[in-house]
Write a protein that binds this ligand. Sequence first.
Ligand code: ADP
Ligand code: MG
Length: 252
Amino acid sequence: MAEHVLLAEELTKDYAAGIVAVHALRGASLTVAPGEMVAIMGPSGSGKTTLLNLLGCVDLPSNGRYWLDGRDVSSLHDSALSRIRNERIGFVFQTFNLLPRLSALDNVRLPLLYAHARVPHDAPVRALERVGLSDRMHHRPNQLSGGQQQRVAIARALVMDPAVILADEPTGNLDSRSGEEIILLFQELNREGATILIVTHDLKVAKHASRIVQMRDGRITSDEPVTDRLDARDVLAEMPAPEVEPAEEAEA
Ligand code: ADP
Ligand code: MG
């Protein structure tokens, strides 16, 4: 494995918005080592999603260079870029982004349809087992709670065994307990060796990471290790128990 999972040098991104250009990123440099869990914070509009999209090979920078797992991806063309994105990046979004008509299992199988790499045929089932949903594989998203839907999305992110998991406000649509359970899952995956980047504007969420990167106006303004790191197991233990237990069986 490369010394850095991610190595970004002076990334810039300009968007044309009518006749003016928006400088969404103004030179962001970042390195992430294997096994780190990094939180990216900053006010709305500071460039967090833009940076995540560049790191996740969704988009190319206007300037600067970027290596993923030792490979220079900043000059790749669309098809090579989308292949790398599918096989090396696991994305998790605030709104889960599951296909509503597909079962949990079929949602997790989707990345395999586009894969050139060989993936063990039981990888989707194993990924759903890993996130604690072995009894919900054939449910559709609307038959699952928000927290369960996010678990399906995390299973989909894991199924290709990516170099890095990139999560954009993954707890933004969840109640505090479900959100904390999702952060617990990320911490467990991180302890097992996964490299994870989480965008959040919630300092409490960020303090579960090993390092916090702050952004403002398209620049990284600070990058510090977390000295008082929170353990989601402790946070959950201190939360009041949910008043109503979630229903055992979702409606069909
Ligand atoms: P954040 O995720 O921190 O809220 P974004 O990365 O989404 O910030 O946006 C950074 C800046 O770039 C904002 O000013 C935003 O309006 C602008 N921007 C983002 N995406 C586009 C786009 N596709 N076209 C034009 N401007 C964009
Ligand atoms: Mg954003």
